[in-house]
Design a protein around this ligand. Sequence first.
Ligand SMILES: Nc1ncnc2c1ncn2[C@@H]1O[C@H](COP(=O)(O)OP(=O)(O)OP(=O)(O)O)[C@@H](O)[C@H]1O
Length: 581
Amino acid sequence: MSAKTLMRQFLSENKWAYAISILAIIISNFINVQFPHILGRFTNALEAHRLNLRDVLVYAILLFVVGVVYVQFYAIGQYRNGKLGREFEYLLRRRLFAHWEVLSTEYFRHKSIGDLLNHAMNDIRQVREALSGGLNILTNAVFLLLATLIMTFTTVSMKLTVVSMIPLLFIPLFIVWFGPQIRTSSRKVQEALSDMSDLTEESLSSIRLIKATANEDVETERFRAKVDHIVHQQLTLFRRSATFQAFIPTMSSISFAIALLYGGYLTLSHQIQLGAFVAFTLYIGQLVQPLQQIGFVINNFQRASASLTRLQVLLDERPSITDSAHPIELGYVRGEIEVNLPSFQYADGQVPALRNIRFHLMPGQTLGIVGRTGSGKTTLVNLLPRIFDPPAGTIFLDGHDIRDIRLEALRQSIAYVPQDGFLFSTSVGENISFGDANASREQIEEAARAAQVYDDIASFPDGFDTVIGERGVTLSGGQRQRTAIARAFLKSSPILILDDSLSAVDMKTEKRIIEELEKVRQHKTTLIIAHRLSAVRHADLILVLENGEIVERGTHDELIRLDGVYAKTYHMQQQGEALRA
Ligand SMILES: Nc1ncnc2c1ncn2[C@@H]1O[C@H](COP(=O)(O)OP(=O)(O)OP(=O)(O)O)[C@@H](O)[C@H]1O
């Protein structure tokens, strides 16, 4: 659903809530315009010497009561509109997040995270501001204007009102002319900010490299240029906004001067009473702020409309990997995997990343995948959960083409440990139980023991409740990998994929994890990518990949006998280990 449709739907679902808050603001305005009127009557009575002290007290109490009632209604309107705006903001954020979750990995490869965050934060906030603050101010300004016109027409002078208000008619014309310029500036600022977020993210995530290569100056200069660009764009926006907003009070001041001139003349020539003149000047004074605010709101609405268009583009993005028309619901999954893949090429790849990949794994078997960097190992295991889509009829799970299986069921059946062992900034325990909210503490601890990370976690300040991340503890590469493995051990899925997930742990720990794996994987079909061949020794089948093709295949013993790439690498690694020991 697009952002605009979402907004229309939200407004329609909450029309009564909006009606009540707008009504409260309208009532507050009609109460507010009683101020000048009461003061006008007070001035007339004072001039005619018709007031005693008791009357003065009554006027004072009247003004006080009017003030209190006005504030009550105004606050109700403000509060309710503000609340609705927040509710819409969270609705939009949830929708956007849910939308991102179904988009394919390919989409995120071409989008910067900074840009996406900017959308989520700034654009949504902009829309919310228009829907709560903007709507409040607009309603307030329009009805204050209306209430003032009614009061001045009926209690002061229609002629004086019309003449004094002429300058104000220029405001809409000016807005139509100047508004688009502000919109363009606003877009450029958002884009520049987004660029800066990207650069910040990039610099911070590569800070070690920058320091190690003594490239701080280059980075600082790159950052300075970006900041200069933003400042320039922002100054243009401020200049335009300032001109825009200055125009309105200028017109109001001219209006005020006419009111004094013409109103003064009408009073001197006894065509209106002194009280009416005083009330009128107060009315004009009371209008200056809402008129300024109208400018601000229109400004705000224009920015919100630009934000809404950008959000629209995001929400219109369709996921490229979806369920087939009649997806198969997998019940019990045995874990039999058959791959018969003549070729796989990335959408933006020049040559196929994989060619002639054929193997068959029975439930509970282990496949080891080895090969040089860039040989296609990750690509191969990414096809199984359809992170990238394989051609139809090439990969089968329990005899079904994986493209025909319901995507959620397919992914549920796979526990995947990525290379970097990604962790969320929540507690270690929650990281392990991610995806299984019902896991007990005993199960979490058991998984941690199997992944050889229990002792590490136990030594953290709050054990399993220790928070990981910016304000929490920092885990070493090995600890991260083992925590991610514990997460996979806990997930009761029939297929387990370890994508070079043991690279940062030492040989001894690796051996213990593999032993545990043997126990855990009794019924699990396991795919292990490894650079260190000791991690796949025990596998039922080992594939050696080179440039996307299988160059050797067999068990460890068979490959050693073959005396090819595998055997050479294995002996080399063994010698390396012996030297290190
Ligand atoms: N999303 C992608 N789009 C286009 N090409 C890709 C994508 N991911 C990987 N490639 C390319 O596909 C080839 C195989 O990469 P892959 O990551 O599968 O290798 P790998 O054997 O897992 O390497 P490593 O051991 O470094 O993880 C490489 O040439 C890589 O540049």
